[in-house]
Design a binder for this molecule. Structure first.
Ligand code: ZN
Length: 229
């Protein structure tokens, strides 16, 4: 794992706090019901007594689902962070409709969210917001003090992205979960293309939105047979 990555479990959703050159960047924000917990962890990380306190500059959303976007508005209002995501998931967070730009019928999507509520015991209501920045495939985030690249990985949702560090760590959002063999694929064609794209990148470890991080070789052993047609 690259140094300067802290994994924060926000009610069953992995959020990743990355140390940038002169501040921090947070990938995903968890359920809104866990807002105070996230606030506490961030305050501790940003105000270490031995160091000058650092700012949370940017929040990157791997996709627009409410279990990941739940605390964006709070973080913008209380930390001044800008919110960045792919345009193709933007209306999910602007109007709170998780079926926007998805192929699956709204019934299947609401069933999945009911299942999430059941598994994690958190509801998925959240404060909607308009993103500040739209990210594109191949974009680097040097201006935010991070040596990473944005990788567009649709499949779970149209605007799903991964964030790949120079060290080969990929934050893959919900493209692949490492959680009870469960995954939610909205568009199988997009998903297969994203998996093929991923195989061509230099990746050492994957950091999913749910479940423990895993290596690329574990991915090849455990996941490939289920994924590639
Ligand atoms: Zn999720």
């Amino acid at each position: 794992m690259s140094k300067g990555i802290e994994i924060i479990d926000v009610g069953g959703v992995n959020c990743y706090l990355l140390e940038a050159d002169d501040g921090f960047v947070l990938i995903d924000t968890g359920f809104s019901a866990k807002c105070m917990f996230l606030d506490e962890v961030l305050k501790k990380a940003l105000n270490k007594p031995t160091e000058v306190s650092k700012k949370l500059k940017l929040v990157i959303l791997t996709h627009g689902d409410s279990d990941h976007a739940g605390n964006c508005k709070f973080l913008r209002e209380n930390y001044g962070a800008k919110i960045a995501m792919h345009f193709e998931d933007s209306m999910m967070v602007e109007n709170g409709d998780m079926s926007w730009n998805r192929k699956s019928k709204p019934d299947r999507i609401s069933f999945t969210f009911r299942l999430l509520t059941f598994v994690f015991g958190k509801n998925s209501f959240f404060d909607t917001f308009k993103p500040d920045i739209y990210l594109q495939d191949g974009q680097n985030l040097a201006e935010y003090g991070l040596s990473v690249k944005v990788i567009h990985l649709p499949g779970h949702s149209k605007g799903s992205i991964g964030i790949l560090t120079n060290e080969g760590d990929l934050f893959c959002g919900d493209l692949i979960y490492n959680f009870a063999g469960f995954s939610y694929i909205d568009n199988l064609e997009d998903f297969s293309e994203s998996i093929n794209k991923l195989k061509k990148l230099s990746i050492n470890n994957l950091y999913p939105g749910h479940g423990k991080p895993f290596s690329m070789s574990y991915f090849n052993k455990k996941f490939m047979w289920r994924i590639v047609k």
